[in-house]
Design a binder for this molecule. Structure first.
Ligand code: HPA
Length: 247
């Protein structure tokens, strides 16, 4: 079963033929909401809204451990994360879809490992390649097959939020090598790796990052929402194609 974690702009999968919803409990507390189970093209898919179904949980308060744990324990063999980002790299623009291949973690104070506590076992996962290569490849092949343009590599900078960045912070991220910036990429990716569940992401560019192009004078949250609505239609098609191909 493939699992999809949807972010801002994707609080449900319209093409999911829903069978039921389950409220799951985990040793790490409660996930962001009930997990929706169903089928896309006759294949099982689970969906979880990262910020809750009413979009009430801010990025730094998402229980990433519970979300990833719940999906894994209910049989997810792969997780696709969908999340909006601001773009830093010059060839990207609002509306673009990006499949990141690397991540930089600027977050702090988030519960970012299952390996802690008095009874925790020490583990240092390999995270050289934070996204699963095969799952990324499947997304890219699906996008090519239906002619949806995607940027096939990008470095995703994860910021703490919930505020947006300063222009100087974005300049720093760019010097660090980041192409896009979002608030939820970590610790989600690392937790999936700890549980050995393949994980890949579709980043949806919602806006130019702070201080860039039309964000020079500030970023309007309303315009972000409008862009997301259009692009999420493409995201749904992409996931559908990927599930349908089943490779
Ligand atoms: N910065 C951080 N997170 C985001 C942005 C941004 O500009 N846009 C959408 N998510």
């Amino acid at each position: 079963m493939l699992a999809v974690i949807g972010g801002s702009g994707l609080s449900q999968l319209a093409n999911l033929d829903v069978s039921h919803r389950e409220v799951l409990r985990t040793p790490y507390g409660e996930p962001s909401g009930a997990v929706t189970f169903g089928q896309i093209c006759g294949r099982p898919v689970a969906f979880l809204a990262r910020h809750g179904y009413g979009h009430t949980i801010p990025p730094h308060e998402v229980n990433y451990r519970a979300n990833v744990w719940a999906l894994c324990k209910r049989g997810a063999v792969g997780i696709i994360s969908v999340a909006s980002v601001g773009c830093i790299r010059a060839d990207l623009k609002p509306g673009d879809l990006v499949i990141p291949h690397q991540i930089i973690d600027y977050t702090w104070g988030r519960k970012s490992t299952y390996h802690e506590g008095p009874e925790g076992t020490l583990a240092h996962i390999d995270f050289t390649e934070p996204y699963d290569r095969a799952l990324r490849e499947q997304l890219i092949l699906a996008a090519d097959a239906i002619g949806i343009p995607v940027s096939k590599a990008a470095v995703y900078a994860t910021t703490q939020g919930p505020r947006l960045e300063t222009a100087a912070e974005i300049n720093r991220f760019e010097r660090d090598g980041a192409d896009v910036v979002g608030m939820t990429g970590m610790p989600e990716a690392a937790l999936a790796r700890e549980l050995a569940v393949p994980y890949a992401a579709i980043s949806v560019v919602a806006n130019y990052a702070a201080g860039r192009a039309d964000s020079l004078e500030g970023i309007s949250f309303e315009s972000i929402q409008g862009v997301l609505h259009e692009s999420m239609g493409q995201v749904r098609l992409l996931i559908e194609k990927m599930v349908d191909r089943g490779d």
